[in-house]
Design a protein around this ligand. Structure first.
Ligand SMILES: Nc1ncnc2c1ncn2[C@@H]1O[C@H](COP(=O)(O)OP(=O)(O)OP(=O)(O)O)[C@@H](O)[C@H]1O
Ligand SMILES: CC(C)(CO)[C@@H](O)C(=O)[O-]
Ligand code: BAL
Length: 282
């Protein structure tokens, strides 16, 4: 596996490929890799001739400096995992390579970014828009892979690519979970074994919300009851929302043919976790 640290190295690498018919798959990550990331890589490996993974902990998408400072980093292990997964290239830029100066550009994703993560992490999706645009411009992949665990991010990246007429196909894959149901996340590395058990309240609440919505219960009363469960467990629930899966519009009921998902964010011992389940599929 080649490790490329600069845009120029990527450009050279791509220009030396045997022919320009080769299909390229990009999996953008922030490292501290787990089976969720590796599932994206596996799909990319299956679909594309050349697989490039990027690892870059992007400062412009962090609204909370402590979250950025504590973001897990396990580079040696990541490199081993990527080699085992037969990745061709790791793009591993330094901060200055991506941001030689502070970007003046910012993104607003009208209607998509004022709820959920966008509401509680101001500037987050502008930062995601900037880094994803940069990575797509540098690598020029045919396909790029993202996880549905970050449901709102998927909607935003699809919009970004459409609005900027970028020639890339966005592929999304379902959330990979521990056997317990806990969604895999790099930030789980900051949880103790006890915290991982406490964190199960997220997926349990999502499943309960889904079941009750489908049995015709009122959304606001479902949400109130779940908020009380969180208060009882002393876990800080940041949001629990029923949204349209693609437009991110907040909903207060399910309806046939309207794809919707329940999304959650909560702090378990100071670690912010997110998750979602689809209630009605497209
Ligand atoms: N459990 C998972 N299953 C499938 N894909 C995932 C999972 N977790 C993350 N991903 C996807 O992997 C890509 C890189 O995500 P990232 O590096 O931020 O990891 P992460 O585990 O989501 O980290 P964190 O949750 O701590 O932000 C994103 O497209 C993300 O949606
Ligand atoms: C897409 C991404 C790699 C951009 O930094 C990040 O938001 C993530 O890991 O989901
Ligand atoms: N996977 C989302 C990246 C973030 O939390 O900033």
């Amino acid at each position: 596996m080649k490790i490329l640290r600069t845009k120029e190295a990527v450009r050279l690498f791509l220009s030396n490929l045997p022919n320009n018919q080769i299909s390229i798959g990009l999996v953008p990550t922030m490292g501290a890799l787990h089976k969720g990331h590796l599932d994206l890589v596996k799909k990319a490996r299956k679909n594309s001739d050349l697989v490039i993974v990027s690892i870059f902990v992007n400062p412009t998408q962090f609204n909370n400096p402590e979250d950025f400072a504590k973001y897990p980093q396990t580079l040696d292990k990541d490199v081993e995992l990527l080699k085992e997964s037969k990745v061709d290239c790791l793009f591993l830029p330094e901060l200055e390579e991506i941001y030689p100066s502070k970007p003046r550009l910012s993104f607003k994703f009208e209607g998509l970014d004022d709820v959920l993560e966008g509401e509680f992490r101001p500037g987050h999706f502008s930062g995601v828009g900037i880094i994803v645009s940069k990575l797509l411009n540098i690598v020029k992949p045919h396909k790029a892979y993202f996880g549905q665990k970050d449901l709102q991010q998927v909607a935003i990246i699809r919009q970004l690519v459409a609005d900027l007429s970028m020639d890339v196909e966005i592929i999304t894959l379902p959330t990979i979970r521990e056997e317990s149901g806990l969604a895999l996340s790099s930030r789980n590395m900051r949880l103790s074994e006890m915290d991982k058990v406490r964190a199960l309240i997220l997926i349990q609440s999502l499943n309960k919300a889904k079941e009750e919505l489908l049995s015709g219960k009122n959304w606001l009363s479902i949400r109130d009851k779940i908020s009380m469960d969180f208060a009882h467990e002393n876990i800080d629930l940041e949001y629990l929302e029923l949204v349209h899966t693609y437009t991110m519009e907040k909903l207060d009921a399910v309806a046939p043919q309207v794809p919707c998902s329940v999304c959650i964010a909560a702090y378990v011992s100071g670690v912010r976790l997110i998750d979602n389940v689809s209630v009605i599929e497209a």
